[in-house]
Design a protein around this ligand. Structure first.
Ligand code: AMP
Length: 438
């Protein structure tokens, strides 16, 4: 029989790496709470129409990367519903915002999510078919200040804080403004005209995009095309006064908060409802897939999926890429547990052996209930094997032999210092606690 494996582009996450995933999520939750964000959990699959309208029919995601299927019809007369595994979470959040009339409170809604997303992309390092995003959205009626450049700057400042607290050094924030949809339409025509005389010297994709969607030319990665693209007109010169002022205020607030950024004139989002601020945080340690996160303002999204006017700004971070970055930066070994209890039995005396193991379990229970992380050995192990096993996983080994059981005085060895100490049972928990949490 052929052995079954995880599907291409999907992965099992195993310990000790999962500890890093948990730490990232705990840090993100703690930071989001400090900025008054609440968690939203939306379904993993949605009606396909949501993504067609909420992400955009002409995007790569919708046109070729979605996992879509027809649900079974409930009745013969009924048309089967087309369902899709979510390729991203913003559309789902905005759908929920509309469905639950969250705008009717008149307040800004600040929502974050953590969860799996699915795209049928070509797998490579940092790019998977199931991956996890940590994202957040600030959305609300204009009267709640949802269009304010302050909200953009605050989200970016929060991201800088989160990356710093995660210990991700060396990130880079790239920022741009794509203006209003009218600005973008104007710029598209300027680009189209500018591309006409040069497109024939560019790659096949660019030749096509120069006609169908000139903005997308700016995403081209073909090295030979870069000098031509760099010489094209910039979107900043097509922004109207209001968009220019909005962008200037975002940058001024970032300057005031001392959040470093680089302007990238080529950072555009090809979708109609993306407006004004767009940004990306990158990290050099990631290689080709260097984007840690991306985001921007989407003032027209709610209306595009049938909701009220609800401008918003948000981002999605690739959790897989945060993990990869931290694994590349971290030299520290995985943290060890507090103690390894080694019951010492006599392999030839089964009754004594089982009594020692039972005493070991009772001791482990007491320590674990006291908040310590404990591994329990087995009385049939030779002492040497217990020491070797313990040294790999724990800071200390506690020897529990017949003598210790009778006297109530335990032998504890600390591996880092090499010291061996006699500790009365009543003081064991306190002794094993790390100095920091004692
Ligand atoms: P996007 O929704 O395409 O703007 O992506 C936001 C972030 O999610 C990116 O910056 C990546 O960090 C991450 N991401 C997107 N697609 C993938 C993928 N296929 N595998 C892993 N991470 C991804």
């Amino acid at each position: 029989m052929t052995t079954l494996k995880a599907v291409r582009g999907t992965r099992d996450l195993l310990p000790p790496e999962t500890a890093l995933w948990n730490r990232i999520e705990a840090t993100a939750r703690a930071v989001f709470a400090r900025y008054n964000f609440g968690e939203i959990r939306t379904p993993v699959f949605e009606d396909t129409g949501l993504f067609a309208r909420g992400v955009g029919e002409e995007t790569d995601i919708v046109s070729k990367e979605m996992y879509t299927w027809e649900d079974r019809a409930r009745a013969q007369s009924e048309k089967p519903q087309s369902l899709t595994l979510r390729p991203e979470n913003t559309a789902g959040v905005v759908r929920a915002y509309i469905e639950h009339k969250l705008g009717e409170t008149g307040q800004l809604k600040k929502l974050y999510y953590i969860g799996p997303q699915f795209r049928r992309e070509r797998p490579q390092k940092g790019r998977y078919r199931q991956f996890s995003q940590i994202g957040a959205e600030v959305i609300g009626p204009p009267s709640a200040g949802s269009e304010s450049p302050l909200r953009d700057a605050e989200v970016l400042e929060m991201l800088a804080t989160l990356l710093d607290e995660l210990g991700i050094t060396g990130w880079k924030l790239e920022i741009n403004s794509v203006g209003s949809s009218a600005d973008r339409a104007r710029y598209n025509e300027i680009l189209r005209a500018a591309l006409e005389p040069v497109a024939s010297q560019m790659c096949g994709d660019c030749q096509r995009r120069a006609v169908t969607n000139p903005l997308r030319v700016l995403d081209c990665k073909v090295p030979e095309d870069q000098p031509i693209i760099d010489a094209l007109p910039k979107i900043v010169d097509s922004l109207d006064e209001e968009s220019k002022r909005h962008f200037a205020e975002v940058l001024a607030a970032l300057d005031a908060a001392r959040v470093p950024y680089t302007r990238n004139h080529r950072l555009v989002r090809g979708l109609d409802y993306y407006t004004r601020t767009t940004f990306e945080f990158t990290h050099g340690g990631l290689g080709a897939q260097n984007a840690l996160l991306g985001g921007g303002r989407y003032d027209g999204l709610s209306e595009a999926i049938g909701g009220p006017k609800a401008p918003g700004i948000g981002f999605a971070m690739g959790e897989d890429r945060l993990v990869l970055t931290l694994l590349g930066l971290e030299t520290a070994q995985p943290e060890k547990i507090d103690a390894y209890i080694a019951p010492l039995g006599d392999a030839k005396d089964e009754a004594a052996l089982s009594r020692m193991n039972a005493a070991g379990l009772a001791m482990a229970r007491e320590l674990r209930r006291g908040g310590l992380s404990v591994e329990l050995g087995d009385g049939s192990f030779r002492l040497k094997k217990s020491f070797e096993t313990a040294d790999k996983v724990a800071r200390c080994i506690v020897i529990l032999g017949q003598d210790e059981l009778q006297s109530g005085i335990l032998t504890v060895k600390d591996f880092a210092s090499g010291t061996q100490t006699k500790v009365p049972r009543a003081e064991l928990a306190a002794h094993l606690r790390k100095p920091a949490d004692a």
